[in-house]
Design a binder for this molecule. Structure first.
Ligand SMILES: *[C@@H]1O[C@H](CO)[C@@H](O)[C@H](O)[C@H]1NC(C)=O
Length: 213
């Protein structure tokens, strides 16, 4: 198709198209057709359905000329330069929405949600942000201390190697029962306030000697 001729109003419009390689002539007061030769066909009666988005121009039937930073059939997609990394989505030119675990203007930085505690380091493993924990700490945020000895009887590991024991238990692994009054006659405190007695003794503290008949 031959190049089209444009009116001054259309010229002003075209002057706004930054990316366009055209030669613009000064707008004339004359009504005589004057104008520019475009490198593509600009049909002023063109209709685009659905319409061009993000200030794109309908230059031919169903052909949009997108403004800078947008692309797609109807200029519906924002384009980001540099591109959004790590699966980030371009929301509008220069603005990426990052997937969980990534941050920065282009989603190029790895971030561990809620951070890494206790000296853990946030790194990307196969595209997924993870805390790498120092030995003696574990969990997604390195929030769990490791007690190699184990914490028994309902104790919880509160710091590396340190158990917090429930009432009635003591010891590094909460393995020692507490009998506030000691077990007598060779009895053994086997759980809080509970003695296991040696024969022939019995009673709460093994203080009674069984009667023999
Ligand atoms: C564009 O579409 C309109 C209406 O749909 C139609 O009348 C016109 O002929 C089309 N123009 C071209 C160049 O195909």
């Amino acid at each position: 198709m031959p190049p089209v001729h444009l009116h001054p109003t259309e010229l002003a419009l075209l002057a706004c198209l930054a990316a366009l390689a055209c030669v613009c002539v000064a707008a004339s007061r004359s009504d005589a057709p004057r104008g520019v030769a475009l490198p593509f066909v600009f049909d002023t009666r063109a209709t685009c359905a659905p319409p061009c988005k993000h200030a794109g121009l309908c230059i031919r039937n169903n052909t949009c000329f997108c403004s800078r930073g947008y692309e797609g059939e109807t200029c519906q997609y924002a384009s980001c330069y540099p591109k959004c990394k790590n699966g980030g989505q371009c929301l509008r030119p220069g603005k990426c929405r990052c997937p969980p675990g990534f941050g920065g203007k282009y989603c190029h930085k790895v971030t561990c949600e809620s951070g890494c505690w206790n000296g853990g380091e946030c790194i990307a493993v196969n595209g997924v942000a993870k805390c790498i924990c120092p030995s003696s700490w574990a969990g997604s945020k390195c929030q769990e201390a490791i007690c190699p000895q184990g914490c028994r009887n309902g104790g919880s590991c509160v710091a590396p190697g340190i158990c917090s024991c429930p009432e009635g238990w003591l010891g590094g692994a909460c393995h020692t029962a507490v009998c506030s009054r000691p077990c007598l006659n060779g009895g053994k405190c086997i759980s809080p306030e509970t003695c296991r007695c040696r024969a022939p003794y019995s009673g709460p503290r093994c203080e009674e000697k069984k009667k023999t008949h």
